[in-house]
Design a protein around this ligand. Structure first.
Ligand code: ARG
Length: 479
């Protein structure tokens, strides 16, 4: 027995579309409109959309494709649309799907039929590819500023603590003493490379899709160099199918953003760890901590935890867009409309995290005594001892390593640090050891001795600070 289903009642959401309704007798189903409309997301592209349209219209006039009169009307009308949007008077209409059609429909209200000439030799496909590149270019510039501010904050702290001793860890076990300044300057390098990745992505994305039209180019005598130049692009994109199909520029941005967020997350993790009672290396400022509603003693590093947590969103955004694109045939498919939300999300989250981290780093108090005390534990100068045996007694390093291991074991048995062993005890293991050895067993001596290029010695850190200000902060520097 077959069950006959009642045909679903159509819920038409309105009349056929004003911009392409000629082909259609009916308007879209309400659900169709809901899945199709992107205006709530892509309205953020309004300024870029209007800038793109103005450049396109000016080029159409210059090439004699539309009249000067229509061009002027379009340009003025677009100024008005921009004002309406920025004043909040503009009503975005989901029936008009996206920012492109919302702007064009409003333009028609303002200037009448001349508005219909704007879309000559253009498609929403090259339009959106252009708008999105313009938006992302500016977003990258803003993120670069924030990254620079974070670097500046780190460099200032590194300078102030060029000689502060902390335990350096490998496997999260005390390894060798290092200076706090050196540790902080490691992040300055990481964020410097992040900026480099953003700059590279920006340079590659700076080609103009306008004029690719839907996918094949156009039969109108357009000049793509004019629009490219007017919008600050280096050149028109070379292939019209590529220009409307690929979003690798967004992927590159998201990859760079995910790496940056990962770097931030590692720094955030250290803030969390170092602010525990057990470490006590840092005190975060009131401005970047929160209390607990139940435990009065608590002072929680929420900002650092949220930076760490939001990294998930940024990594997720990269994966989202990779998954959207991976099965798409050329050229444009509507799937690609899903490209904006992850990019906006990643740019917003990253911007916020960078600002929060710059604030935390500027405000944090480093507890130099607690750090120095921690750097005395864990036989942390064992490598210095082995090096001394090599240098002073001519022992091969492998053998020095073995002897030092035995000395560490002895200290462990005695329940003391290496520097606290009696000379006689040391001489039980290697009779040629002299009292001179004690001079290399302090963390201060250890870090001061590490003057090899890129090493942790305070004087290296001070030089690195000067260099970093020149490399990363100087106005008009070369990238
Ligand atoms: N809103 C669309 C997007 O973001 C614009 C391009 C639409 N093109 C089309 N052929 N339907 O991708």
């Amino acid at each position: 027995m077959s069950v006959r289903r009642k045909p679903r009642a159509r819920r038409e959401s309105g009349a056929a579309n004003v911009l392409w309704g000629g082909r259609f007798a009916h308007g879209p189903d309400a659900v169709m409109q809901q899945i199709n409309a992107s205006i709530n997301i892509d309205k953020r592209l309004y300024a870029e959309d209007i800038a793109g349209s103005k450049a396109h219209a000016a080029m159409l006039v210059k090439q004699g494709i539309i009249t000067k009169k229509d061009g002027t009307a379009i340009d003025r009308g677009l100024n008005r649309v921009l004002r309406d949007i920025e004043s909040g008077a503009f009503e975005f209409d989901p029936a008009l799907e996206d920012i492109h059609m919302n702007v064009e429909a409003r333009l028609k209200d303002i200037i009448g039929d001349a508005a219909g000439r704007l879309h000559t030799a253009r498609s929403r496909n090259d339009q959106v590819a252009t708008d999105f590149r313009l938006w992302l270019r500016r977003a990258i510039d803003r993120l670069d500023e924030k990254l620079t501010e974070l670097q500046a904050a780190l460099i200032d702290q590194a300078e102030a603590h060029a000689d502060a001793i902390i335990p350096g860890f490998t496997h999260m076990q005390a390894a060798q003493p290092i200076t706090l300044g050196h540790h902080l300057m490691a992040y300055v390098e990481m964020f410097g490379r992040d900026r480099g990745r953003m700059t590279d992505a920006r340079a590659r994305m700076n080609e103009c899709p306008l004029g690719a039209a839907a996918l094949a180019g156009t039969s109108f005598p357009i000049d793509r160099t004019v629009t490219a130049k007017a919008l600050g692009f280096d050149r028109p994109a070379a292939n019209s199918v590529d220009a409307v199909s690929d979003r690798d520029f967004a992927l590159e941005f998201l990859a760079a953003a995910a790496i940056t967020a990962t770097h931030l997350s590692r720094l955030a993790e250290e803030m969390v760890l170092w602010s525990t009672v057990q470490f006590g290396f840092v005190s975060l400022s009131d401005a970047f901590s929160t209390g607990s509603s139940i435990m009065p003693q608590k002072r929680n590093p929420d900002a650092a935890e949220l930076v760490r947590g939001k990294t998930g969103r940024v990594i997720g955004a990269l994966n989202t867009l990779l998954a959207v694109l991976k099965g798409l045939p050329l050229a444009y498919s509507k799937d690609m409309q899903e490209d904006k939300e992850p990019v906006f999300e990643a740019a917003d989250s990253l911007g916020l995290c960078l600002a929060a981290m710059a604030g935390m780093v500027s405000d944090v108090t480093f507890n130099r005594e607690a750090m120095a005390a921690a750097a005395k534990a864990g036989y942390i100068t064992a490598t210095d001892l082995a090096d001394w045996l090599v240098r002073e007694l001519g022992v091969p390093f492998r053998q020095a390593h073995h002897l030092t291991g035995r000395l560490v074991r002895l200290a462990e048995e005695r329940g003391c640090e290496l520097a606290e062993l009696a000379l006689e005890d040391m001489q039980l293991i290697e009779p040629r050891i002299t009292a001179e050895v004690f001079s290399v067993l302090t963390p201060e001596r250890s870090v001061a001795s590490r003057t090899s290029a890129g090493g942790t010695a305070p004087k290296n850190v001070r030089r690195a600070v000067t260099e970093a200000r020149r490399r990363f902060l100087a106005k008009g520097r070369k990238g």
